[in-house]
Ligand binder design. Structure first.
Ligand SMILES: [Zn+2]
Length: 150
C-alpha cells in the first residue's frame, strides 16, 4: 500500500463557547486540512491514473466540493451556543454562511466532521487513513478513522 496526501485551505470563523480564555471570542482561522489516503497503485496500462493511487486532481475536486466550498468564509457554530445561534437567526435575511454543528467546533471535532463529509466520496479500493486539521500553523489535530493512534 502507498499513502498519498492532498492539502486544502479555507478561512472560517468559530468560537469555543465554554473556553476559559480567549477562544470564547468569535474569531477566525486559516484552516488547513491534509487528507492522507492509502491504496494500491493503479497498474492498468494506458489508464489515465496508471502509476497513481488516485489522481490528485480528483482528490482535490472532492475536497474542494465537500469541505472548502461548504466552509470557506463561513462561521461554524455549535448548535447549543445560544449566543451565536440567536445572533445568526436574528440576521437570517442576510443569508450568511453559517454551518451549525452538534459539537463544539474545535480542531479535533472539525477533523472528524471533515472525515464524515468525505468518507463516502472516496473510490472503492482506497481508504482515508488520516485527516490532519490545522487550526494554526503550530496547532493541529489528527483524526484516524480506524481509531488507531500511532
Ligand atoms: Zn479558534
Amino acid at each position: 500500500m502507498i499513502e498519498i496526501t492532498k492539502i486544502i485551505e479555507w478561512d472560517m470563523g468559530h468560537r469555543v463557547p465554554n473556553h476559559r480564555s480567549k477562544c470564547r471570542n468569535l474569531h477566525g482561522h486559516r484552516y488547513r486540512m491534509e487528507m492522507t489516503i492509502s491504496g494500491k497503485i493503479i497498474d492498468k496500462p494506458g489508464d489515465s491514473s496508471e502509476g497513481m493511487v488516485l489522481d490528485f486532481g480528483d482528490l482535490k475536486s472532492t475536497m474542494m466540493m465537500k469541505i472548502h466550498d461548504t466552509l470557506d468564509h463561513g462561521c461554524m457554530i455549535y448548535d447549543q451556543d445560544l449566543l451565536l445561534t440567536g445572533f445568526f437567526e436574528s440576521c437570517a435575511h442576510e443569508n450568511l454562511r453559517v454551518i451549525k454543528v452538534p459539537f463544539i467546533p474545535t480542531a479535533e471535532n472539525i477533523a472528524e466532521w471533515c472525515f464524515e463529509q468525505l468518507c463516502n466520496s472516496i473510490p472503492a479500493g482506497v481508504k482515508i487513513v488520516n485527516i490532519r486539521l490545522y487550526e494554526t500553523p503550530n496547532s493541529w489535530a489528527d483524526y484516524k478513522p480506524d481509531g488507531s493512534i500511532d
